[in-house]
Design a protein around this ligand. Structure first.
Ligand SMILES: CC(C)(COP(=O)(O)OP(=O)(O)OC[C@H]1O[C@@H](n2cnc3c(N)ncnc32)[C@H](O)[C@@H]1OP(=O)(O)O)[C@@H](O)C(=O)NCCC(=O)NCCS
Length: 181
């Protein structure tokens, strides 16, 4: 899967699966996030990813893990401007997702687009359910997931968080064509 598009006549953006050789741009991307975006994404005061975390993030294990990144060309180099990922326990179809968009690219529709592509990728990989937790004050994220059809519920283990979840469609809906000749 590899899509190329523009948002409001902006530069060309590519959404594609992450690769092990993206370690450099993935590390730069997280380092350049604002403290607020990092806190909303990691729910903690993460400043930068450890080499071990980068290694794990750039080598998702298909089909129970996948990660998509959005990139653009800047000064002759590829720059990451968003990442959306899911991970499930091996053999399970309940996937936990996470997403973060570069601060300068938030509010332009990129997050919504990445979530839709992640849904498709997860569905094709056999996932049936997406879930996550969101800080209660994260209004942009709550708006986005509501628009995407997620249900937003209380999360009793932590009153600072909401639990958000959605069922994914079946990948290949069987067509019932009994009687066709
Ligand atoms: C939450 C986040 C992923 C949304 O991605 P995004 O690309 O900014 O969202 P979109 O542009 O697709 O917007 C979707 C909706 O959310 C709302 N929204 C999102 N970002 C907004 C912003 N910066 N300002 C105003 N509204 C915003 C809008 O209502 C928008 O709906 P609209 O298209 O009808 O206006 C992104 O803002 C982000 O990375 N935030 C920091 C990390 C984070 O919170 N991750 C989620 C962890 S659970």
């Amino acid at each position: 899967m590899h899509t190329v598009f523009r948002l409001n006549n902006g530069p060309e953006i590519t959404i594609r699966p992450i690769r092990p050789d993206d370690a450099g741009i993935e590390g730069d991307f997280v380092r350049d996030l604002s403290p607020e975006s990092r806190r909303n994404r990691f729910l903690a005061a993460v400043r930068e990813l450890t080499p071990r975390a980068i290694e794990r993030f750039t080598r998702p294990e298909y089909p129970h893990e996948q990660a998509l990144i959005a990139t653009l060309q800047e000064g002759g180099a590829e720059r990451e401007v968003g990442v959306a990922r899911y991970a499930a326990e091996k053999g399970k179809t309940n996937a936990e997702f996470a997403i973060v968009i570069a601060d300068a690219w938030q509010g332009k529709g990129l997050g919504t687009r990445m979530m839709r592509e992640l849904f498709d990728a997860a569905t094709q990989a056999g996932m049936r359910h997406m879930e996550g937790v969101v800080l209660q004050g994260n209004r942009n994220m709550l708006q986005m997931v509501r628009d995407l059809g997620f249900r937003v519920e209380a999360y009793p283990p932590d009153p600072e968080l909401f639990y958000v979840h959605i069922d994914l469609p079946l990948p290949y809906a069987p067509t019932n064509r009994t009687g066709d000749s």
